[in-house]
Design a protein around this ligand. Structure first.
Ligand code: MG
Length: 350
């Protein structure tokens, strides 16, 4: 078999000689032979397929370290790697899209032109459940704040309480400054939890909504959830779980059905705890009359079948009755975890 010079191989593989020298150094495409006298690299034509694959993956924007993992796999494994990479790109793009939307919204509509007068009615319930020794969840609602936190570790109960307590301190909520208020709220909650749980690695989730009278600022970290039922009867999960299994679903490595029964489904990728590095997601929502929000810990969302959850959100009128029924459903399923929720209805004031 006649070996190709780097120039001929570059032309055939649509990679530049410079790129080929780099890929040699990185072990991605190693020449079949290096002339000991001249140092010229020589390539086997059989290497073209791998070199072309590298060229395509570069065009896809895949980092070099990841390209090696793809090239070292048989085709089926390589296909799975590309699929996982692309799912990750799309997830990251979606996250950036959300942030861009948040900023556009914030910069272009600092004050609603004709603010609709709205009010919220709310109810909250938090129970130990039937298995846990103590209740480390916390749930809270007043006319400015809706919040659920799910503490873990030896000081978990103090951590969840401290996170919510920190948000209660935020009093004035001018709509135009909500972005900065949320940022400050995130800092305060983080510091409060580090204060109680930093030493023993306790921590907490936090899913909270701050109410301005027309908009809601969402702060979210961990696997507690917020759902929105719109006036037209659609139900969305507003938050994304910061869990290992959710990241595997995003990567295309796990189906949502597999995630529900995965043995490590409770493993959090982000929470408020002593490291002070994990930051919650923040987001703005324009509230409309007829919206209903449900905030809950995983003791509810992981235990109550989705169809039962939907039914209660859609059909039970009073927030007070809805929280009672939702927690009863979790306990009827064995109450394996602390279970907490807040239900809040947005309606026209007056
Ligand atoms: Mg829990």
């Amino acid at each position: 078999m006649e070996l190709l010079t780097i120039g001929a191989f570059a032309k055939a593989s649509r990679l530049s000689p410079k790129a080929l020298r780099l890929y040699d150094e990185l072990g991605l495409v190693v020449p079949a032979k290096v002339d000991p006298a001249t140092g010229y690299r020589l390539y086997d034509p059989k290497q073209l397929e791998r070199a072309r694959l590298v060229a395509w993956l570069r065009r896809l924007g895949m980092p070099l370290t990841r390209i090696r993992a793809v090239c070292d796999q048989p085709p089926a494994g390589a296909a799975q790697e590309v699929r996982a990479f692309w799912a990750r790109v799309e997830a990251e793009t979606a996250e950036r899209r959300e942030l861009a939307g948040f900023l556009i919204d914030h910069l272009s509509r600092r004050e609603p032109i004709m603010p609709q007068k709205l009010e919220i009615r709310y109810a909250t319930r938090s129970e130990n459940g039937l298995v846990r020794e103590s209740n480390q969840d916390a749930a809270y609602a007043d006319s400015h704040l809706l919040a659920v936190a799910d503490g873990y570790g030896p000081s978990g109960a103090s951590a969840s309480a401290a996170a919510i307590e920190a948000l209660k301190g935020i009093e004035s909520l001018p709509a135009g400054d909500l972005l900065n208020v949320l940022d400050e709220a995130v800092d305060q909650a983080g510091r409060a939890v580090t204060g109680v749980g930093g030493a023993d690695e306790s921590g907490t989730t936090l899913t909270a909504m701050l109410w301005t009278g027309s908009r809601l600022g969402l702060v979210h970290i961990g696997d507690s959830r917020a759902y929105l039922r719109t006036a037209s009867g659609d139900i969305f999960q507003v938050t994304t779980d910061h869990t290992l299994v959710q990241s595997m679903v995003d990567d295309g490595r796990l189906t949502p059905e597999e995630a529900i029964v995965h043995p490590q489904r409770a493993l959090l990728l982000r929470a408020l705890w002593g490291n002070g590095e994990d930051r919650p997601d923040v987001r703005l929502h324009d509230a409309e009359a007829g919206d209903r929000y449900l905030l809950c810990s995983d003791g509810l969302s992981a235990v109550v079948p989705p169809e039962d959850l939907r039914r209660v959100i859609l059909t039970v009128g009073e927030p007070e009755d809805a929280v009672r029924e939702l927690v009863d459903l979790a306990i009827a399923q064995g109450g394996p975890d602390n279970v907490s929720c807040v239900v809040a209805d947005v309606s026209a004031a007056g």
